[in-house]
Design a protein around this ligand. Structure first.
Ligand code: SAH
Ligand code: SF4
Length: 342
């Protein structure tokens, strides 16, 4: 059955016409889905009973089945393992801050990019998520927070998978969540994180959207980057950075670079200096995250002192840089730790 979250308002309107219903029914359903966060047909008390039954018989509401929820000891991070209709698993993580509720969602089950330090990369690629499966993750948490008279403030596409490898579905999901008549979630509150698929970055630049873009860089020269991120063979560092410069020029937007500091691998003075020189003059920001441990990788997190040193070097070159706090490590919800156990 077709997933209701896979439909745009226009698809729903076409369906109402096909069923001989007035078009405004589509709006009512849309409001139920994206303003009330109703997630099964019987809840749609704003439409006639007969239409509710027809919805239930023809469209699937149950995109995700809750498999496990884990709460971190700090009480601020919750990781959810969902089962998809075909039994595959994905994860999403909610991080509560004082004034923000940031949701980290998946775009694929597994990932094909094989970054050596990433738990998702270590499990390999299972399949792309449909746009509706991406939307449903946000709706799950929107519904949960709605119950606490709270709401999602930011969505980062940094869970399982490479968003630019599933470009169309990923962007369709953002557009659906962005719809002013529905969930109305502002483009500026989304962040796409990519391992650096250059053609997709160029395509994205041409779309001139307000969505934030983060690039997982992690190393500043080709030898080191290829040893960590195999995709670097196809899209080497300088080509990637050229695409980033073009993106900044085309959109006027800043780019974030992600850098997971690994002890004596990419936390060295040498790497910091190469990085700083390559980023000089670019409208960007570097996010330093100490590596999160994963089973399939022996590298260790950097030390506090080495992270500070690395930052100081970037500071010296005038490159904006932040050391990010690690969140949810005890429930394996930190960056790169999302791997399904079932
Ligand atoms: N595929 C996309 C988005 C998902 S990964 C990407 O790679 O950008 C989200 C972020 O977590 C990326 O910046 C990724 O490089 C980082 N990451 C992966 N494994 C990590 C680990 N073990 N420790 C810290 N960060 C990690
Ligand atoms: Fe995929 Fe991103 Fe993990 Fe690399 S870091 S394997 S691109 S999810």
């Amino acid at each position: 059955m077709r997933l209701i979250y896979d439909l745009n308002l226009s698809d729903l309107s076409a369906l109402m016409i096909e069923w001989g219903e007035p078009v405004y029914r589509a709006h009512q359903i849309w409001q139920g889905l994206y303003r009330q966060f109703w997630n099964f047909a019987e809840q749609f008390t704003n439409i006639p009973n007969s239409l509710r039954t027809r919805l239930a018989e023809n469209l699937e509401f149950n995109a995700l089945t809750l498999a496990t929820t884990l709460n971190s000891s700090d009480g601020q991070t919750v990781k959810t393992l969902f089962k998809l209709q075909d039994g595959k698993s994905i994860e999403a993580v909610l991080m509560r801050y004082e004034k923000r509720n940031t949701l980290c969602i998946s775009t694929q089950a597994g990932c094909a990019m094989g970054c050596v330090f990433c738990a998702t990369g270590q499990m390999g690629f299972k399949r792309h998520l449909s746009s509706g499966e991406i939307v449903a993750q946000v709706m799950y948490y929107a519904h949960m927070l709605h119950g606490e008279t709270n709401f999602v403030t930011n969505v980062v596409l940094m869970g399982m998978g490479e968003p630019f490898h599933n470009y169309d579905n990923m962007l369709a999901a953002i557009d659906r969540l962005n719809d002013p008549q529905g969930y109305n979630f502002g483009a500026r509150r989304f962040t796409i994180s990519t391992v650096g698929l250059v053609p997709a970055i160029r395509r994205f630049a041409a779309e001139k959207r307000q969505i934030n873009l983060a690039i997982s860089l992690h190393a500043a020269d080709d030898a080191l980057r290829t040893s960590m991120l195999p995709v670097n063979k196809r899209y080497p560092v300088d080509e990637l950075l050229a695409a980033c410069r073009k993106y900044i020029a085309d959109t006027g937007r800043r780019i974030s670079f992600e850098w997971a500091l690994i002890y004596k691998v990419n936390d060295t003075r040498e790497q910091a200096v190469i990085l700083a020189r390559k980023l000089k003059g670019m409208h960007c920001h570097v996010n330093i995250i100490p590596l999160n441990p994963t089973l399939g990788y022996s590298g260790r997190a950097t030390t506090r002192e080495r992270a500070e040193k690395f930052k100081q070097i970037l500071d010296g070159y005038g490159i904006p840089c932040t050391i990010r706090l690690r969140r949810g490590i005890d429930i394996e919800a930190g960056c790169g730790q999302l791997a399904s156990v079932i």
